[in-house]
Ligand binder design. Structure first.
Ligand code: HEC
Length: 137
């Protein structure tokens, strides 16, 4: 109870994703958001920027990205192996220049949960179990 009150003030805690989770998942979500932010800083910031806006014409935004919202099943693979196709985000096309990321499945789950629930996004909690499943396909 006390922990969930503390986490209720944590990153992403006001959003719809958080509200829909069970107590145990809310604790996990809070952890993922904090660790995911660090992973983002270390691996994604240079390109997608701290505010998730990307770089105009070169790097797509993650903030309010329709691609991110509509392709949740594909995100772990895309991050693990990099991109080979042109991706269209919010009506603009970007070159297939995202490198592969050699980070663990847990780190993938954390950073995806972070981008799913930052900058006004409310695209859901992604557990490590879900990432395991999606990478086996
Ligand atoms: C070297 C620059 C670079 C880095 C580092 C990078 N990306 Fe990307 N990312 C791109 C580019 C370029 C695309 C578009 C790729 C395409 O069109 O195939 C992209 C596409 C995406 C997409 C799908 C399109 C969208 O905007 O919704 C997501 C999600 C994403 N990146 C998340 C991440 C995350 C999370 C990290 C860190 C783990 C990361 N990227 C690191 C350059 C980068």
């Amino acid at each position: 109870m006390f922990t969930s009150m503390l986490l209720a003030c944590g990153p992403g805690s006001g959003n719809a994703t958080y509200q829909a989770l069970s107590d145990t998942e809310q604790v996990k979500f809070g952890k993922y958001m904090i660790l995911g932010k660090t992973i983002y800083k270390d691996n994604c910031n240079n390109c997608h920027q701290a505010n998730g806006q990307g770089l105009q014409g070169i790097i797509p935004p993650l903030a309010k990205s329709d691609f991110l919202k509509n392709n949740q099943q594909r995100i772990p693979q895309l991050l693990r192996f990099g991109t080979k196709d042109t991706i269209t985000v919010n009506g603009r096309t970007y070159p297939p220049k995202m490198p592969a990321h050699n980070i663990s499945n847990l780190e993938l789950a954390e950073v995806i949960t972070y981008i799913n629930n930052s900058w006004g996004n409310e695209y859901g909690f992604v557990s490590v179990k879900k990432v395991d499943e999606l990478l086996k396909k």
